[in-house]
Design a protein around this ligand. Structure first.
Ligand code: NGQ
Ligand code: ZN
Length: 469
């Protein structure tokens, strides 16, 4: 539970841009009840030690993958592969997914969420597909692993959108799943039962529940239709996330199967709208950029993972020119740092276009400010939670930058400080305080559970590495 509270900031990034001398107040539910100018700072109200930013939603996470970050950067670990690729990486990833225990998942996720908070993320969408035990059999309680993620989020204090994943096939045209996928597989009815089972748990903890058809490779058309219909009956506005068109191999296979590209196929066969998050959507034609953007769906861009896996480059110029909404995810967690994801995204666009400051908004705003505002809005939409920035009725999720950080100290404007934070501060983060639902979770850059959860993470990782075949 939260407590009502207040904070004064000399500079705050509101949905319309930077504002001076802002007083934030929130109620006992952690919702903003006032965002207004106040000068001077009212007596007795705490004062932020630097620019105040809206908390950043992380719209795509597979928590367990944090445990092998850095361990797949060696050529030839998959002896059967012609060259290393997304697909050879996936084989390695399946080895870890195959042996993960519930306790390990809980410990890995808790430490990860603590890291996320310290890095300026205040909420996370967990795209969760390891459901069953190591033999691929359902746990006595089917919600065992999902519950571990809810526990982790609650303990760390991060906002959660839980997206249980529907996974049925290993490829287009109903190809049987592989042994490496045995822990992911469930029928559509079993998925809808799991959602019913998780609904009260999520509600109790202020988490949002949605659904993630894993990809068109993993979910046949009928199952997609039925699952989306079933979700609609459970919660008509629940978020729906899907991996799509991340790899050219997937595009080719989809063309061979249906004569259509994945995004085309999805737009023609599923009710894609504002509830949907198209994760990656890396490989689209101009027509797909246009139609997908106009559907109102959010593009879930995962800059560090897409670079790490060699996916390709999302065309932000094409997307934004059609009014496309977007947010960022850390996905495989090779990088857990909201500022760095923004930097990488802008850099990918610079490299592709040979221009600078590509993601600035027309006219007035600097690129870091524009990216922060766009990402918060898109991330909030994809999360299906009221976390869309510093405005009335939204959760009091925010980040205070440390104006005493050497890179920020004495800079003349909050824009300059935010730019330094995004483009220049990553060796030592400039995140000072982090509040989620009005509760201070990170103080002076540190979460109180950082040390303890990091120890548990190391132990879980060691265990996982020694049991990995
Ligand atoms: C995943 N990750 O589900 O973890 C996927 C790989 C797949 C990313 N796409 C597996 N980054 O897409 O089949
Ligand atoms: Zn993913």
């Amino acid at each position: 539970m939260s407590h009502a509270g207040s904070l004064f900031a000399e500079h705050a990034l509101l949905p319309g841009g930077w504002a001076r001398d802002v007083l934030l107040e929130w109620d006992e539910h952690g919702r903003l009840s006032a965002v207004r100018p106040a000068s001077p700072a009212p007596a007795g109200v705490a004062v932020a030690g630097g620019p105040l930013l809206p908390g950043m939603p992380n719209l795509h996470s597979h928590a367990f993958q944090r445990a092998f970050a850095g361990l797949t950067e060696f050529r030839g670990l998959d002896a059967g592969a012609e060259h290393d690729s997304f697909w050879s990486w996936r084989k390695l990833m399946y080895r870890f997914a195959g042996v993960l225990t519930p306790d390990q998942l809980r410990d890995i996720a808790t430490a990860l969420y603590v890291e996320m908070l310290e890095a300026g993320y205040t909420s996370v969408c967990e795209f969760h597909y390891v459901h069953h035990d190591r033999d691929g059999l359902p746990y006595a309680d089917d919600a065992t692993l999902s519950s571990c993620l809810v526990e982790a989020a609650v303990r760390a204090g991060i906002g959660l959108t839980l997206l249980p994943v529907l996974y049925q096939t290993s490829g287009f045209g109903g190809r049987a799943p592989t042994d490496g996928q045995r822990r992911f597989i469930r029928s559509t009815d079993d998925m809808l039962h799991l959602l019913e089972r998780l609904k009260p748990l999520c509600k109790r903890h202020g988490a949002r529940l949605g659904l993630a058809p894993h990809s068109l490779r993993a979910v046949p058309p009928d199952a997609l239709t039925q699952a989306v219909r079933g979700l609609q009956a459970i919660d008509p506005t629940a978020p729906i996330h899907i991996h799509i068109a991340e790899q050219t191999g997937e595009v080719d296979a989809c063309l061979a199967w249906s004569g259509q590209r994945p995004v085309q196929w999805l737009l023609d066969h599923a009710p894609v709208d504002e509830r949907w998050c198209l994760v990656h959507a890396t490989h689209m034609t101009p027509d797909e950029y246009q139609r997908a953007a106009r559907s109102g769906a959010v593009a879930g861009i995962c800059p560090s993972t897409e670079a790490n896996l060699g996916d390709g480059i999302f065309d932000m110029t094409a997307w934004r020119s059609q009014g496309g909404r977007w947010g960022i995810g850390s996905d495989s967690h090779a990088c857990v740092n909201a500022a760095e994801e923004l930097m990488l995204l802008e850099y990918s666009q610079r490299l592709a276009t040979r221009q600078r400051n590509v993601l600035a908004r027309d006219g007035e705003q600097d690129v870091a400010t524009a990216m922060t505002l766009d990402t918060v809005l898109g991330g909030a939409q994809a999360s299906g939670r009221a976390i869309g920035g510093l405005a009335l009725g939204q959760q009091a999720d925010f980040v205070v930058l440390d104006a005493q950080h050497p890179l920020l100290r004495e800079l003349p404007t909050p824009q300059a400080m935010l730019s330094a934070h995004v483009f220049a501060s990553h060796r030592r983060s400039a995140v000072g305080g982090v509040w989620v639902g009005g509760r201070l979770r990170v103080h002076a850059g540190t979460h109180p559970l950082a040390e303890e959860t990091s120890q548990a993470f190391i132990a879980a990782r060691s265990e996982l590495l020694s049991s990995e075949p």
